[in-house]
Every structure is written in C-alpha cells, then in structure tokens.
Design a protein around this ligand. Structure first.
Ligand code: SF4
Ligand code: SF4
Length: 346
C-alpha cells in the first residue's frame, strides 16, 4: 500500500470524512484568485493582502513539500433553537479548541499517525497555515460555490484542517458535487449586508462574520446596525439560503458543553455578565472576539435586542447604560432611543 493510501485509510478509520494531499506548489494559483478578488473589491485589498502568504507555504516552511487536507462534518450536531438566529453554527460546534469533541480527538490521533510515519508536520488550528478551502478544492474533496464556502456532497457544513508535511506526496480525490445551478443567486440575495455582491465576490470588511468580531472601537452606522439583524457572532445567511444545503443538516448528536453554555449565549445573558464572566465562559470558544475587545459582545447583544425587540429586554438595556465601557453605554442609549423608551426610566 502506498504512503498516500495508508494516510487515506487511517483518516477513514478515524471517521474523518475526507482526506487529500496536494503538492505545496499547487497552492500558487491561490495568489491569482486573491488578486482577482482585490481587483473586484479594491476597498477590501488591505484585508485580502494579508492572506497572500497562504499561496506559498514554503516561504514560512522551507521544508514544506506537500499539504494534507481533511474535511470533518459538523452538520450532525444539535443546535439549540434559541441560538440559531444569533450564531454561525460552525462556531457553536467548533472542534478547534475543544479537546472533548470527537472530531478533535480524531484529528489529534491522525496527526500522531503522521508522526508515526516519520513525517514532519506543521499545522495551525485557529487561523490556518494556508487557504483551507482552496487546498481542499485542489485535493478534489469538493467544490467552492458562489458564496465562497466549500461544499462536499453533504453541503457546506465541514471543518477543514491542513498539515504541511516534508515529503512529496499526492492524493487527489474525485467528488460528485454538482455545479451551482446556472441561474441561482439565492446566496447573494440572502446576504444582509450585501457583502456578497456577486458570485465569488465578497467584501470581507462588511461581512457580518467580521463586523461581529471586529476589535475596532468604532460605532457602526444605523444602516449597518439594522443589516446585522440578530447576528451576534458569525452569520450563516448565505449558507442557509443555499439549495445545495437543503436537507444536509442532521440534528443527531450533542456537542460537548454546548447545552450548558447555551443559556449564557443569549443576548440578555451576555448583557447581564460582567467582563470576567464573559472571558471565562465565552472567550476560549469564541476566540475571534479578543480579550481586549470583550465589549464587542455587549455591542452585538444590544444590537440583536433592538432588531428583535422584546419588552423583557428593557431592564438589561437600562443596566448597560452603566457599563464600564463608554462605547457600550452609548450603544445602550442608542438602543433605548431607537426602541422609543426613555433612557431616564429604570
Ligand atoms: S456570512 Fe453573512 S454577511 Fe457574510 S457574505 Fe455570507 S450572508 Fe453575507
Ligand atoms: S445559493 Fe445558489 S449560487 Fe449560491 S452557492 Fe448555493 S447553489 Fe450556488
């Protein structure tokens, strides 16, 4: 059995959905795709330029010869209904920093196996060492659709992981993922901020996934506040709207700790927590909101409350006027004004 087949077999034994291997130089055309993106969205250039290094892993790892890429489904977990309007599902069942998750355990065992084979590896769980979707596409694991998400035959609910390795191997799989229907624009029409303005054309600066985790202490305009709707952390709108995701989520398994955490993820509970609690309860899992900008949680919670207002939120909004951070105080004032409640009442 070839080394590539051994690796593929091990991945299957461990329940890892898909696995492929590309040569390091196969990533070079990712740079062309990024340049195309920057040409289409000049205002996003600074954000996209940061990813240029992903096109050549050998620049950071001179010993890099190939990249192993895996796709693990997370579309089999139960998501508490109350959280669906507020969170990108991926973040709720994020296996990256949860050693109790079966997927994380499989990936650790897989990495140990690569070492047993004598491979030198490098990986980065949080932010990745290369462009994971492009690598998975090049390895034949599936297709990148017009909403920019990576799809297998079972939809877009896949977490991708990559290991740079020091041996020249190649395992290009074949897939049965159909192209997007020629006239379909469901994802583009569903995007609340119009960040996804055309096929494969997304302005990262206005995507809710970024807006909801930004550490810039600048208030958003009323229009942006409205467009963010009820999203608190991430956004699934362009995946939820996609017909290729229809029927692909299986509400089957419980993700470790999610049920216990769900209560604290509701907007009003985020407002009721002090920053120490937010750090302790949320930051390990939702690491895109940095420790220095935990006020972002409260801004997002207030915004979600305004966009799906309930009378029960009013005391929480009044309480937020006393927050430690001025930006939160002002957002609470704005919220009370927007919903037409006197900020003098308590
Ligand atoms: S994640 Fe949300 S905001 Fe971002 S492109 Fe998709 S629909 Fe638009
Ligand atoms: S919504 Fe339509 S166009 Fe967009 S990714 Fe899905 S199939 Fe493709």
């Amino acid at each position: 059995m070839s080394r590539e087949e051994q690796i593929r077999q091990k991945a299957r034994e461990l329940g890892i959905g898909k696995c492929g291997i590309i040569k390091a130089e196969a990533m070079s055309d990712y740079g062309d795709r990024l340049r195309e993106r920057m040409d289409r969205i000049p205002q996003g250039e600074a954000l996209y330029r940061r990813f240029m290094g992903f096109a050549d892993p050998r620049a950071s790892f001179p010993w890099a010869k190939s990249i192993i890429i895996t796709a693990c489904s997370y579309g089999h977990y139960h998501i508490p209904a109350a959280l669906l309007p507020h969170y990108g599902k991926y973040y709720l069942v994020d296996m990256r920093l949860n050693p109790a998750s079966p997927e994380a355990q499989s990936l650790r065992a897989f990495e140990a196996y690569l070492h047993e084979l004598g491979l030198r590896t490098a990986t980065e769980e949080k932010y990745g060492l290369t462009a994971l979707r492009w690598a998975a596409f090049k390895a034949g694991l599936g297709r990148i659709r017009r909403n920019n998400f990576f799809y297998t035959e079972e939809g877009s609910w896949f977490a991708l992981n990559a290991w740079i390795i020091d041996q020249e191997l190649e395992l290009i799989e074949t897939h049965q993922v159909r192209e997007c229907p020629s006239q379909c624009t469901c994802c583009i029409r569903s995007c609340p901020t119009r960040s996804l303005s055309a096929p494969y054309t997304m302005n990262m600066a206005t995507c809710i996934s970024r807006l909801s985790t930004s550490h810039e202490a600048l208030p958003y305009t009323d229009e942006v506040n409205r467009m963010m709707g009820t999203w608190l952390y991430g956004c699934d709108a362009c995946q939820n709207a996609c017909p290729m995701n229809k029927g692909t989520w299986e509400d089957r398994d419980r993700f470790p700790d999610l049920e216990a955490l769900a209560f604290w993820l509701l907007p009003e509970q985020i407002l009721s927590m002090d920053y120490g609690d937010i750090l302790r309860r949320l930051s390990g899992k939702f690491f895109y909101i940095q420790e220095e900008s935990l006020w972002r949680w409260k801004l997002n919670a207030i915004n979600a409350m305004v966009n799906a207002f309930q009378e029960a939120y009013i005391p929480f909004l009044h309480q937020a006027r006393e927050d430690r951070f001025r930006i939160v105080q002002e957002k609470a004032q704005w919220a009370l004004h927007t919903i037409g409640v006197s900020s003098e009442a308590s």
